[in-house]
Ligand binder design. Structure first.
Ligand code: BTN
Length: 156
């Protein structure tokens, strides 16, 4: 193989490698959504499980908002734009929210978590079950250079 052919293969290899490594997404870190809610996710383990803290900016509960624990899992078999899910058990209300979503990484390496959620409020009885679940979407972006996790842990 000539020098040019070898250089071409090397260049192609480098482009492929950089594209796939840029798209990887590990959920650990600090995130903020379109409502201004913050969450911090601790290390993701080898099977994709994680825990974290969530500070919502809004609430339907009419009570003082407090930092709440969350637990979830992401796919780690293929880290390119993985899907995930997590649950927030609200510390200040009887409600629970489940989020499902996918991490997308754009050409500049910017990550967004596109999520959909179900917020389950506590119904007084089965007759009131019909309107006890709210649904919505949230988009999270990664917070850089601000230690949100630290301040959330101190608010626990
Ligand atoms: C409650 O009101 O009982 C608990 C707080 C619920 C906050 C919801 S969960 C979905 C949406 N996304 C947020 O960041 N906050 C709201």
């Amino acid at each position: 193989m000539g020098k040019t052919g070898f250089s071409l293969i090397l260049a192609l290899g480098l482009v492929t490698f950089s594209t796939s490594s840029e798209r990887k997404c590990i959920l650990s870190g600090d995130w903020q959504n379109d409502l201004g809610s913050n969450m911090t996710i601790s290390a993701v383990n080898e099977v994709g499980q994680f825990s974290g803290l969530y500070l919502t900016a809004v609430s339907a509960a009419g009570k003082p908002i407090r930092v709440s624990p969350m637990n979830g899992a992401q796919h780690v078999d293929n880290l390119e734009q993985p899907t995930f899910g997590f649950t927030v058990k609200w510390s200040f209300s009887d409600s629970t929210t489940v989020f499902v979503g996918q991490c997308f990484v754009d050409d500049h390496g910017e990550e967004t978590l596109q999520t959909m959620w179900l917020l389950r409020e506590k119904a007084k009885s089965a007759e009131n079950n019909w309107n006890a679940t709210l649904v919505g979407t949230d988009v999270f972006t990664r917070l850089k250079g601000q230690n949100v996790g630290e301040s959330m842990r101190s608010d626990l």
